[in-house]
Design a protein around this ligand. Structure first.
Ligand code: ZN
Ligand code: ZN
Length: 320
């Protein structure tokens, strides 16, 4: 399986402002002071190898939308945040060269940042497309219809031309969807959210966003360590630092980088992806959270297996 990140930001889409881009350029020019580059590839190597990721790039600002490549005959998409618009455009390119027009969606929950991309998803207007929306929420269809009511959006849900169906799945059951085994689990979040586990050919991927894990909740820790057990990749809500998550932002429905590392260590997971970045965080703030997480992982590892930590950004691809 291959995971492609189309949107990694939490709560609200963001874009860097003019001054943020200026600061990156000034920083890079200062670092390169006195250097000259023979060609573009030398300049590119300097940006990629000598600058922090957030100095030479941006983590991006589209809200939650991921794609898993690896199903037999369909696109597999996790959540419908604003990143879905670009995925839709890319899907048209791939369908033109023969990719089946079938879309299996899996929804963490129905908050606006996780559904706002659907009205801009071009394939929903394609009469030959088939969209199946899998959710733990019985009110998933109502949420999608409601955001396209005339008071909020000019194109009604009933004007969409694709065949669209909704399937409500039950936690604890194991499903087989187009060549991939799928399980879900409820999480602590306003109106509940669901973690998803996808398994194929012995590889396991967990998608767990918008979940509040508390350090002193032993039952929750056991349940998630078991759901994450031996996962090859865990994509986790790490919106806050530990300090924020236990003081100012307790009960806001999100987790910290520290809790994510603890759960992955307890589960023996191999890789953790930091995800659902706080919209007020700058690229430098996310660089810092990433560095802090790597340090915490090394300090807390003890005799456990090393957990590789990856920080997600819009357009990242990870092989599972
Ligand atoms: Zn969210
Ligand atoms: Zn949410």
């Amino acid at each position: 399986m291959l995971v492609r990140f189309w949107g990694t930001r939490g709560s609200l889409p963001v874009a860097p402002r003019a001054r943020a881009v200026e600061d990156k350029l000034v920083g890079a020019l200062m670092r390169a002071s006195g250097r000259s580059f023979a060609d573009e590839s030398e300049a590119r190597a300097f940006v990629n190898e000598e600058l922090e990721f957030g100095e030479g790039h941006t983590y991006g600002g589209a809200t939650t939308c991921l794609e898993i490549e690896g199903a037999d005959n369909s696109f597999v998409i996790l959540d419908m945040g604003s990143g879905l618009r670009e995925l839709g455009n890319d899907a048209f390119r791939r369908m033109a060269s023969g990719h089946p027009r079938v879309f299996n969606f899996f929804m963490s929950h129905l908050h606006w940042d996780h559904i706002m991309g659907f009205p801009f998803f071009g394939p929903a207007f394609d009469p030959n497309a088939h969209i199946i929306v899998h959710s733990g929420h019985a009110d998933c269809e109502a949420a999608l219809r409601r955001q396209q009511e005339e008071i909020s959006f000019p194109v009604a849900f009933d004007w969409l031309r694709a065949k669209i169906e909704f399937k409500v799945l039950t936690p604890g059951e194991r499903y087989h969807v187009d060549g991939i085994d799928v399980e879900l689990m409820p999480q602590d979040h306003s109106h509940i959210s669901y973690a998803w586990k996808f398994s194929k050919n012995g590889r396991r991927l967990v998608f767990s966003t918008d979940a509040e894990h508390r350090m002193d909740d032993i039952e929750d820790t056991r349940a998630f360590e078991s759901f994450f057990k031996d996962a090859d990749l865990v994509i986790c809500d790490t919106m806050y630092s530990l300090a924020e998550s236990i003081t100012l932002k307790a009960d806001w429905g999100h987790s910290s980088n520290v809790m994510a590392v603890n759960l992955c260590h307890g589960a023996g997971a191999r890789k953790l992806v930091l995800f659902h970045h706080e919209p007020t965080s700058s690229d430098a703030d996310i660089d810092n959270l990433f560095a802090e997480t790597i340090r915490y992982e090394a300090l807390s590892r003890k005799d456990r297996r090393k957990l590789d930590v990856i920080c997600s950004y819009d357009s990242l691809e990870v092989e599972v």
